[in-house]
Design a protein around this ligand. Sequence first.
Ligand SMILES: Cc1cc2nc3c(=O)[nH]c(=O)nc-3n(C[C@H](O)[C@H](O)[C@H](O)COP(=O)(O)OP(=O)(O)OC[C@H]3O[C@@H](n4cnc5c(N)ncnc54)[C@H](O)[C@@H]3O)c2cc1C
Length: 384
Amino acid sequence: MSDTGIVIVGSGPAAVSAAESYRRAGGTSPVTIVTADSHLPYLRPPLSKDFLRGEVSASEIELHTPKWFSDLDIELICDDPVVSIDTNAQRATTRTGNTIPYLRLILATGAEPRPLAVTGGHRAFSLRSLSEAQSLREAAAAADTAVVVGAGFIGCEAAASLALSGIATTLISPDEVPQLSRLGSAVGERITAILKDAGVHYVGGVKVTAVHEETVQLDNGVSIATDMVLAATGVAPRTALATETGIRMVTDRIAVDEHMCTSTENVYAAGDVAFAVNRIAGRRIMIEHWQDAIIQGEIAGTNAAGGSQSWYAVPGFWTTIGDRTLKYAAWGDGYARARLVERETGFSVWYETNGIAVGVLTLDADDDYAEGQNRIRAGAALPL
Ligand SMILES: Cc1cc2nc3c(=O)[nH]c(=O)nc-3n(C[C@H](O)[C@H](O)[C@H](O)COP(=O)(O)OP(=O)(O)OC[C@H]3O[C@@H](n4cnc5c(N)ncnc54)[C@H](O)[C@@H]3O)c2cc1C
């Protein structure tokens, strides 16, 4: 590449939306997406859902066609991770030695699965990339039994998908019910029921101590025979490029302001790797959600083209466990009180702190979901 332009590291939703938004905002410099991934950019959410169940193919989850990228004049370099950046000389270097100068750099390197840190933990599958999902799907096709470790949303979704594929699936978590500390016991109990409906055997209040070739050992002395193990034990943001360069971090993420600007001139960050200031909340909010990564990428891309967009949205996500879709909108950094309200075929849970709405989670209650978003955005009280 000869001309200096916009270099975007990563090919997840934050990266692709940054590239598109830069162009839509009138940016005319060359745009290059450089990614470690060997596939064309794809949708990650299906990897634990219909893709894992074998209902959609890899080509059906592609984000865009190669023509879409060429029409927008976006160059895509796959399977060649950026290994270092020089923020003084403004250039990025890839594993193959390709040195790419930049006017603006957007870091959208996302997150990677935390390994299962027990004896034999390397035997467990992890699930973030399409390649990992393909390996998992292949193993599932030959399995009669599976153990999923970790009952975050990816663990719950994957366990339900495996069970619905006819595999006897056990989900192990240290929490008595899934998501206890994040969403409270009422939601945890509902998720347990949804998992049961999908055929998942939930075992809470225990930890895995070892993964052997054909068994998983628990800390209560029980050993579970299994053909395969999936570790869904959370993610760690991929920050090495930023930390090596002295870009400011807060906790374990890249600190960005509401415009997605890092502490270093001409360097932006967006998506799971970033810890951004939310204009409405008036503080940094951590996100690990698809749609929020798109929004943050859009802000970074637009601002790299000379705009001045701010992050002005209530974050949230939808998760589909089996055939039930939970919708959640929240600041996500805690609540003082949760109140569950039954609805015709579902329920809503309102979260509040100091009398102010800070979150809403719904199942089959879209009106509540919309109202909750409005109240959180407005800093209003919960409905009576
Ligand atoms: C199985 C699964 C299911 C999910 N389901 C949902 C859901 O239902 N709803 C929801 O809201 N969210 C869901 N998520 C979360 C959502 O996918 C993430 O929040 C989102 O992908 C984050 O986007 P991102 O662009 O920040 O990072 P990522 O999507 O992680 O993309 C990061 C990119 O950076 C690349 N990269 C990393 N390091 C380098 C480097 N040094 N050089 C070049 N490239 C690099 C990676 O290869 C990757 O392409 C799910 C995630 C998974 C794994």
